[in-house]
Write a protein of this length. Sequence first.
Length: 405
Amino acid sequence: METIYFDNNATTKVDPEVLEAMLPFFKDSYGNPSSMHHKGGEVATALRKARQSLADLLGCEPIEIIYTSCGTESDNTALWSALRTQPNKRHLITSKVEHSAIINNATFLKHQGYRVTEIGVDRGGLIDMDQLVDSMTPDTALVSLLWANNETGVLFPVEKIADLCHEKGIVFHTDAVQAIGKIPINLKDTNIDMLSLAGHKIHAPKGIGALFVRRKLKFAPFMIGGHQENGRRGGTENVPYIIGLGVAAELAQKRLPEENTRVRALRDRLEEGLLTIPSSMVNGDRVQRLPNTTNISFEYVEGESILFHLSHAGICASSGSACTSGSLEPSHVLRAMGVPFTAAHGSIRLSLSVENTDAEVDRALKIFPEVIEKLRNLSPFWKDGAPALESGLLSCDGNSCQICN
């Protein structure tokens, strides 16, 4: 059985061109880029090229890039730098639908005496701009918001938000881990101060990320050591992975048109087909979102059960962020959006890439209805092809019925 991989927001397959470019730096080109001899010099030259490739994808200067181990390290670096360089400011603004790298930091900061404002979203997952503006004060050190939500693909207007922060003298950071390579980005034309990304979301390997830091922004290193990364992140460079990220950035730049045409069309066809299944719904705005992502709820069944049966049929999907997949609680993103409990527990995220095909969508559209029907036939909340509530088998006061509990 061939695998259909619809979990590209969790991680992507390493592109063969990326792997091929990396291999020499495990073997012959093994020098330390900080060394003065020719073996170090050839590696340093390759690193400069890779840095330029990533800068070209982001629309920034190479010197504005700091390599990290992952998106989480980039998020942590941005957050703690903003706070440490502004010790008199004790307020952070984020949202209720952020990645755990920011949410868990915000929780920690609350216990350290910082004030944290978490901005709400509407039913479509779009941020409450009025609440955001009203929350900004002279004590605000940082506004940190996702560019693209990892579960729903919904896009925040981060360029507009960065302008608002700039007017008020507030540092703005965006976690763009899911946005990179899927939508055009030109940081030179924005007021974004810091931006996080991770290589394994754009067909580079796991274990390499980057943080964009705008020139002249006050910055405090998260990892203190040697002179690497212009003194902003100590530690010998992860050379093969940086090279791989550079090639992945070049490929992502070339594939942007395909992401926004062919991949978008595949996603839309898959989504429309799945919505023919009774009691299904799309979670999140269907316009302001990534071209590769859909989050669909199938009411009255468990998402984990859906994933189990899909996996046995050769389809890889997820019920939300891979970083929270061990939790039995409904997605915090869907809860913040006000998705009904019966739908939130049956939500599935499908995220495509340039690797996916029409044939895979055809096969998925045959398998999905069979899986959902099988599970609903086992559910006490589904009877005769309809929700048991509508069949009069259960009563609900909106608070204490079997489903709500």
